[in-house]
Design a protein around this ligand. Structure first.
Ligand code: UDP
Length: 251
């Protein structure tokens, strides 16, 4: 068998692939070349805690073929549980690696998600950055996630001939949408659930300064910039302390 496969690490019910950014990207590149289908999710600890709170979500998140830890909380939890991961792999960075090899290999890409205009702006900027990038379609993410509007989006993706589909609708809506609809988009080889990445590529949202990223404080920067996230971020301490309790009490 070719392609990179890494052991999976179990963190509070979610199976993470223990890969670096380069390994994840190489595996996806090989899969596209060899015609294998991949579904990539990038949960952070908020999403793992959401699974703990609403167990039906496990079935959705664990239905991916590649799950990368996009959060320092998940990396810390894996360490606490005695099964360390190689490190955080930011979904927004993996998205860039996929764009890079898609441009080099002539793989058609579709960008779905964000407010009206964001995907188009992202496409323009990305085409300027990655020579040869072939963006075959864009669409904002404000459509009904089931029924006729979703059918129309699926049709547009199919007609575009995209082989890589960025789905940036926020978590866990994007993960549910991918799992519910991926079988209807047979030409797509890589589905990526990438949250707010199109906003970053379009330049409407800035990533944290490098120092914050290096210190593992990207979450804190996001909280400063988007205080409305405080409610969902309360899942972070719940997840962290819950992981200690889980470790100390499990048989
Ligand atoms: N979004 C969307 N459709 C929706 C709701 C949200 O396309 O119905 C987009 C939103 O514009 C933003 C992204 O989804 O670009 C969510 O970003 P966020 O930073 O909240 O990502 P998360 O952390 O939830 O993955």
């Amino acid at each position: 068998m070719s392609g990179y496969t890494a052991p999976r690490i179990f963190v509070r019910g979610v199976y993470f692939d223990n890969v670096t950014l380069e390994e994840a990207s190489e595996r996806l590149r090989t899969s596209v070349r060899e015609g294998r289908r991949e579904t990539v999710f990038t949960p952070n600890s908020e999403i793992v805690q959401a699974c703990i709170d609403e167990p039906a979500l496990y079935g959705v998140i664990n239905a991916a073929s590649l799950v990368i830890p996009d959060g320092i909380g998940v990396v810390k939890a894996a360490r606490i549980l005695g099964t360390p991961l190689k490190g955080k792999v930011a979904g927004v960075d993996l998205g860039r690696c996929v764009l890079d090899f898609s441009a080099q290999d002539g793989v058609p890409v579709y960008l779905l998600g964000g407010k009206p205009g964001v995907a188009e702006t992202a496409a323009e900027r990305l085409c300027g950055e990655y020579a040869g990038l072939n963006v075959v379609g864009t669409r904002d993410g404000y459509f009904a996630k089931t029924g006729a509007e979703t059918d129309e989006v699926v049709r547009a993706v199919n007609e575009s001939g995209a082989q890589v589909l960025f789905v940036c609708l926020g978590a866990p809506a994007q993960e549910k949408w991918i799992v519910e609809n991926r079988d209807r988009m047979p030409s797509v080889r890589v589905f990526l659930g990438l949250g707010g990445s199109l906003d970053v590529y379009a330049g409407t949202v800035k990533r944290a300064p490098k120092l914050f990223i290096r210190l593992g404080l990207e979450w804190f920067y996001r909280l400063l910039k988007e205080p409305r996230r405080i409610g969902r971020m309360m899942r972070l301490p719940k997840f962290y302390f819950g992981t200690w309790i889980y470790k100390l009490t499990k048989k």
